[in-house]
Design a protein. Sequence first.
Length: 255
Amino acid sequence: MSDAVLFDARDDGIAVITLNRPETRNCLARDVREGLYAAWDRFERDADLRVAVLTGAGEKAFCAGGDLKEMVDTGMGVPPRDMFPLPYDTVELSKPTIAAVNGAAFAGGWMIAQACDLCVASTSATFAVTEVKVGRSSPWASPLIHMIPQRIMMEILLTGRPITAQRAYEIGLVNRLADPAGLLEAALELAREILAGAPLSVRAARETVMLSTEMGRSAALKAARHASEHCYNSEDAQEGPRAFAEKRPPRWQGR
């Protein structure tokens, strides 16, 4: 894996993926994109890794967005569909991801933070969809309507003006805030809370949320019931109640 994206496979089942180009504000240049594709693939394939935390190196930026110089040099029009490695979109993942936003998350930086399941932000972080400022567009922002109110989404996209981490938390874009020095630990703590759950239950819960954003009420209920059958029929579904009755921590097997 290139040094543009660092990969730390921790013994506790958490992968920490770090965009490592602070000198360019971790923008999504080719080497970062390729490194991120490789990192997501490694995370998905490693059965010992159950949650990923994505962050950026340095204090100024999580990710400043696409490489505008590359866009000029190539005369880029519509970006290729597979240009950016987005979890659950251009990258197939079945496990939870957490964005740990350490600084500016602008344009493509907002895009990859938005694509993660959860978001923890430093109190010094800022967020912006800046495409209107540079004559580009942000079709990737359409799922935002399931995260924040329409009028707020409209203002963010039409003005391109940054919002603070506190504001992002207030509108529901960010799950938790942390002091800059404690950001990674706050993200790891959230990951550990997920790890405490049964693996198949976590997977079914994730699928339930995503199905609910894609379908109407009745269709989502039917699909979610189907997605939960593997969990209900697993050994862990018997282990959980047994451990509770015996007043001991459950020993999850993921099957």
